[in-house]
Structure formats: structure tokens, C-alpha cells
Design a protein around this ligand. Structure first.
Ligand SMILES: C[S@@+](CC[C@H](N)C(=O)[O-])C[C@H]1O[C@@H](n2cnc3c(N)ncnc32)[C@H](O)[C@@H]1O
Length: 230
């Protein structure tokens, strides 16, 4: 999918339709909706059980990963931008979710949360969180069972902080769900080198993405903390 400059992006999630307003003319990339967030959201929509699986027939290859009904999971999104992925995950059952970004992006995020309140049913929690800010990381009270992030790897200098924030936020038995697209070869190299130190990395096969939201350049990854990191 090419980046779309339509002022409003519609995202169907099961029976609900999110309507996300973006401002591509702004100086901040977070005021746009990026394809990775849609690919990640639609992957989750494809596989998340609509209710707690009770028999093996209800199970999918990703039902343990994406079953947000059987037990309450604490979740956080990093670099949420306009909130597309986070809002979709909330509709799929992630009730206890904090959407985070840098302060200049907050007005766009809050505007979109308000715009979608009739669909979401309530205002989701938001928090200003810069990846290099330890106080802000502590303030959201980790650990989290699920850390979501989409299209956040594009500045080489911030990659270390991003991986550090992921590591600090995710529980030892939690998961990071990442929508990824190569933006900068330098950032990409450092990011994967650092992630391999910290996480066991699983790439979702392309055939498991949502067929209408599967693009050659965009991937979904699942990270779990390594048990014995030396
Ligand atoms: C390309 S946008 C992706 C936005 C959204 N996840 C999406 O896919 O539509 C990258 C996001 O990361 C955020 N970001 C970049 N550097 C950050 C940092 N150091 N701390 C926190 N957020 C950051 C940006 O503000 C922006 O919202």
C-alpha cells in the first residue's frame, strides 16, 4: 500500500469503523496514519478470537497471542501517532491500553480519540512518553503484557532508546507486536542488531497477514524477551 494523502482514513475493525483524520502537511510524522499501523491492526483482526476460545476448534494459530478476552492484559503503544493501531486493538478486546507519543503529536491523537469515541465507547488512556525518558517510562508503571509499535524505526539515533523502552516496558512473559517497514538502512541495521540481543524474534509469514492489508514492504513481528540474556 502506498502512503495515502486522503485527509481521512477509514479502518474497518470487525463491526466497527474507525475514522482517522490525518494532517500530512504537519512537521510531525505522527500526525499521519502510516500503513504499518493498518497492517498490524488488520493482522490482529484476522486472528484475534472474538470471544474466549472454549474448544480447540475455536483456536487459531495466533489465538494465544491475540486472545484479549480470556484474561485481562495490560498494554501500551509506543509512537502511536493518530492512534490507528491502538484503537483497533482496543476494539479487539485490549481494554487496559495506554497510547503514547511525543507531546507535539498529542493534539492529533486526542482529536482522533474524541472523533472515534462513539465507536470506542470511552476515551482511551494517553501518556506523553519519549523513549529516552526513564521517568516517563516509570510513570506508566511497567511491566506490560503487550507492547504495540508500528513504523517506529526510522531515526538511527533513537533506535537504542526505542529498544531500551521496549525492553523496560514489556513483561518477561509479554510480547512486543511490531509493524515494520524499512525506512532507513542505518536505523534498520542497528535496530535488528540490538533486538537480537534482547528478544527472540518471530516474523509473521506474509500469508498470515490480512489479505487486503499485506504489502511486500511491510511486516509484522512478534518479540519475546530472551530468558537468559548474556
Ligand atoms: C512514522 S510515525 C508512525 C505513527 C503510527 N504508529 C502509525 O503507524 O501511523 C512514528 C511515530 O513515532 C513517534 N516517535 C518518534 N521518535 C520518538 C521518540 N523518541 N519517543 C517517542 N515517540 C517517538 C513519532 O512521534 C510518530 O508518532
Amino acid at each position: 500500500m502506498k502512503f495515502t494523502d486522503s485527509p481521512v482514513i477509514d479502518l474497518q475493525v470487525r463491526d466497527s469503523c474507525l475514522s482517522i483524520q490525518q494532517d500530512n502537511a504537519s512537521f510531525h510524522v505522527g500526525t499521519s496514519v502510516w500503513p504499518c499501523s493498518l497492517v498490524l491492526a488488520k493482522f490482529a483482526e484476522r486472528w484475534a478470537p472474538p470471544s474466549p476460545p472454549t474448544t480447540n476448534d475455536d483456536k487459531t494459530p495466533y489465538s494465544d497471542l491475540l486472545d484479549f478476552h480470556s484474561r485481562r492484559r495490560r498494554a501500551i503503544e509506543l509512537g502511536t501517532g493518530c492512534g490507528a493501531a491502538g484503537m483497533a486493538f482496543h476494539l479487539l478486546g485490549l481494554q487496559d491500553l495506554i497510547l503514547t507519543d511525543i507531546s507535539p503529536v498529542m493534539p492529533a491523537l486526542k482529536h482522533n480519540l474524541k472523533r472515534n469515541k462513539p465507536v470506542l465507547g470511552k476515551n482511551l488512556k494517553t501518556s506523553i512518553l519519549y523513549w529516552n525518558n526513564r521517568d516517563q517510562i516509570t510513570a506508566v508503571n511497567p511491566p506490560f503484557d503487550v507492547v504495540i509499535a508500528a513504523d517506529v524505526v526510522y531515526i538511527e539515533e533513537s533506535v537504542g532508546h526505542l529498544v531500551g523502552a521496549m525492553e523496560a516496558l514489556v513483561a518477561d512473559d509479554g510480547v512486543v507486536l511490531l509493524g515494520y517497514q524499512l525506512r532507513s538502512p542505518e536505523a534498520d541495521k542497528v535496530f535488528w542488531e540490538m533486538c537480537e540481543e534482547v528478544f527472540v524474534i518471530e516474523k509473521v509469514p506474509h500469508q498470515d497477514l490480512h489479505p487486503d492489508y499485506a504489502y511486500e514492504e511491510t511486516d509484522v513481528y512478534v518479540f519475546r524477551k530472551k530468558k537468559n540474556k548474556n
